[in-house]
Design a protein around this ligand. Structure first.
Ligand code: S3P
Length: 441
């Protein structure tokens, strides 16, 4: 993909449904009793993988564009798949489905592409084995062979990594377990779409706090097994997809962008506050709730010249902010090149085990564009403001790297080329086409 710099970004748009919420909608609707109609389902390849796996498990799914109809089979209605379930590039599909498969009375297999087969799965194998499933893996990586157990045993699980995928995996297994399953988020709070969706469906889920020394963690508990009825769902626009357009507009003076019906769940919308901390003209209005998720309109007025509101402090992203911004960090590193005083990111080691090593991929590409960057084990530091130059960049087969560096290329002097940019379709197939309609050169 060749990308020319942009003068400004202008327009009004609505985005396809949130990827995280769509995965959950598919899986949870499959376990419900009755038919669920889902509107604005994600167009991502990842969510298509989730639906394909569910079909292989005997769930009847009819899809017309972004409208999906799922005939739920209840907690015990899934059938043994005839072949390995292919999760493609999708960590969410593999980790969340594993929680459901652990509670079935059959054996199933989960696999994925080269990237997914290199990602850590011990984090879900451990709790699911404690619940009574038997899982074999390639030294903690997929392919996974899951020998389910019905019913699973309830456990209290202290989650060491801040991962919503792991939390959701254990909570979904908890739906199928006998007794009270508890997940303690010791690594810090993560996105809570699963909890909100279960609550929307009337599944009793309690939320509390646990204290160990000085540290306070959130605890989620579910008393299984819990049968529940289907209820229709509307998926808000994907804020992580919106983030690329917001960034492009915020960094280009004269830009004006209006994004309607975007998901503004507080565990995801930190990106809006982070732009606020950088004096970017990003505002929210028409806030409302849809199916237990916050939704609203984001308006961006690009002024360029990003500078921290509180000098020093807003130049560092770390600690409990990191899980709230996890998918936006490569793009924020790009934004950091335009911020007075640059930007540092710490406590983000998880980025090394995403679809690519996102710390390394970001550092390498920023260096190719002439930025001054330092790489840390748990993050990076970029200097700013810097003029980026057009370069040949590598997506590393990672959708968010491809899109983050498309945004960088819009700012650069001269043309850039992104190798393997088509991987953007893993989360956002319409990205390049939509961007083209918004750019003024
Ligand atoms: C996701 C959680 C995050 C995120 C991923 C989607 C989810 O992963 O990076 O894109 O839908 O729960 P982790 O849970 O591994 O941090």
């Amino acid at each position: 993909m060749k990308i020319e710099p942009a003068r400004r970004v202008r327009g009004r748009l609505r985005l396809p449904g949130d990827k995280s919420i769509s995965h959950r909608a598919g899986i949870i609707a499959a376990l419900a009793e009755g038919t669920t109609r889902i509107e604005n389902f994600s167009t991502s390849r990842d969510c298509a993988a989730t639906l394909a796996c569910l079909s292989q498990l005997g769930v009847r799914i009819a899809r017309r564009g972004t409208s999906v109809r799922i005939e739920g089979v209840g907690l015990e209605g899934l059938r043994a798949p005839a072949a390995m379930l292919d999760c493609g590039n999708s960590g969410s599909t593999m980790r969340m489905l594993a929680g459901v498969l652990a509670g079935q009375d059959f054996v199933s297999g989960l696999t994925g592409d080269d990237s997914l087969r290199s990602r850590p799965m011990k984090r879900i194998i451990e709790p699911l084995e404690l619940m009574g499933a038997r899982i074999t893996s390639e030294e903690g990586r997929a392919p996974l062979r899951i020998e389910g157990r019905q019913p699973l045993k309830a456990i209290t699980y202290r989650m060491p990594v801040a991962s919503a995928q792991v939390k959701s995996c254990v909570l979904l297994a908890g739906l199928l377990a006998e007794g009270r399953t508890e997940v303690i988020e010791e690594g810090g709070p993560t996105r809570d779409h699963t909890e909100r969706m279960l609550d929307w469906l009337g599944v009793p889920l309690t939320k509390g706090r646990a204290q160990a020394g000085d540290a306070v963690s959130e605890v989620f508990a579910i008393n299984g097994p819990v049968k529940f009825k289907a209820r229709d769902l509307i998926i808000p626009g994907d804020i992580s997809s919106a983030a690329f357009f917001i960034a492009a507009a915020a960094m280009r003076p004269g830009s004006e962008l209006l994004i309607e019906d975007v998901g503004l769940n507080p565990t995801r919308s930190q990106i809006v506050s982070t732009f606020g901390e950088l004096h970017a003209g990003v505002l929210i209005d028409e806030r409302r709730a849809v199916c237990n998720e916050a939704v609203g309109t984001i308006r961006v007025r690009g002024a360029g010249g990003l500078a921290p509101v509180r000098e020093g402090q807003s130049n560092i992203l770390r600690g409990s902010l990191i899980p709230q911004l996890i998918d936006e960090l490569p793009m924020l590193a790009v934004v950091g090149t335009q911020v007075l005083g640059g930007l540092r990111i710490h406590d983000a080691k998880e980025l090394r085990v995403k679809e690519s090593d996102r710390i390394n991929a970001t550092v390498e590409n920023l260096r190719r564009m002439g930025a001054s960057v330092e790489e840390y084990e748990d993050g990076l530091r970029v200097s700013g403001p810097t003029r980026l130059r057009g370069a040949t960049l590598d997506s590393y087969g990672d959708h968010r790297i491809a899109m983050a560096f498309t945004v960088a290329a819009l700012l650069a002097e001269g043309e850039s080329e992104i190798i393997g940019a088509e991987c953007a379709s893993v989360s956002f197939p319409e990205f390049f086409q939509l961007l083209e309609t918004l750019i003024e050169r």
